[in-house]
Design a protein around this ligand. Sequence first.
Ligand SMILES: C[S@@+](CC[C@H](N)C(=O)[O-])C[C@H]1O[C@@H](n2cnc3c(N)ncnc32)[C@H](O)[C@@H]1O
Length: 277
Amino acid sequence: MKLSAEPQPDQQPNRWNDHVAVYEAVFEPLTNAFGRCALEKLDLKAGARLIDIGAGSGGVALMAARNGADVLAIDASHAMIARIRQRANSLQPPNRIRAEVMDGMALTLSDACFDAAVSVFGVILFPDAELGMREIARVLKPGGRAAVVTWTQIERYELASRLMAAIAAVRGPQPPPASMPAQLRFRDEPTFRNLFVQAGLTIDDIVVLQEKWRLPSAQWIADRIAFAPGMTAWVGALGADRAAILDAFVTAIERDYGCGEIALSAVAHTAIAQKPS
Ligand SMILES: C[S@@+](CC[C@H](N)C(=O)[O-])C[C@H]1O[C@@H](n2cnc3c(N)ncnc32)[C@H](O)[C@@H]1O
C-alpha cells in the first residue's frame, strides 16, 4: 500500500477547523486514554515545561496542566487552538497552558526550551513526520524526554475493521485499499523506532497499549462517524450506499454487543525517547 501524493484530509489543518466539537466529544476520550499513559511515562515534575505537538482539542494538554506541568499546546488548526484556550480558562490556576497556532514542522520556538514533549497521533500524521520529529528534538533541553503515540496492530482498530466489514456486507468482497492513511505509516516498530533515531533521540522504551473505546451505543457512533477529516472523506465517498452501510455497521455491532454502551478496541505504540545530554 502506498501513500497518496496529495496531503490527505487529516494532514490538512484547515479541515480540522470544522471538526473541533465532534472530535472532542467522540474521539478525544480514546486519545486521552493513550495520552494518559504517555504522560505517566514522562513522569513530569511539578512546573516542568511541556510542549504538546498537534494538541487537537487539548485533552492531553489539559491533563498535563492539571498535574502541575507548565504547558505549551500547539496545533496548526486555529479552531483547535481557540478551543484549548477556552478550556484552559476553566483551569485553576488558568495560566498553566498557553496555546498557539503553529506548524509542528516549523516551530517558531528557541532551541532547548522544554523539559518534555508529548505528541498523541500528532507528529506521526504530519506530511514530513521526520522534520516534525527533528523539531521536537531541537526544542527539547539536553536530557529532555519525548512521548510519542502512534497506531499499531491496525487490524485491531475495531471501528475501521467493522466499517470495512459493513462495506463488504453491502457491496460484496472488496479489493484491499489502494492507499494507506498517513497515520498508519509508523505502525511497525522498526519504522517507528527509526523516526527517533533519525532525529538524534534515544529510545528508552516502546510500550503497546490496547484501549477500549467506550461509546454510548453503535447508533451513537454511526451518527457521529464523521468525527475527523479523514472519516468525513471516507464516509462521504460511500455515496448512495452510505445509509445501507451504516445500518449494516450498527446491526453487526448490536448483534455482538447489544444496543447499549459498546467498547471498541484500539491499539497504539507509545515511545519514550530522550535527547542526549
Ligand atoms: C488526530 S488529531 C490528534 C489531536 C490530539 N493530539 C489528540 O490526541 O486527541 C491530529 C491533530 O494534528 C493537527 N495537525 C495536523 N497537521 C499539523 C501540523 N503540520 N502542525 C501542527 N498540527 C497539525 C491537526 O490540526 C489535529 O488537531
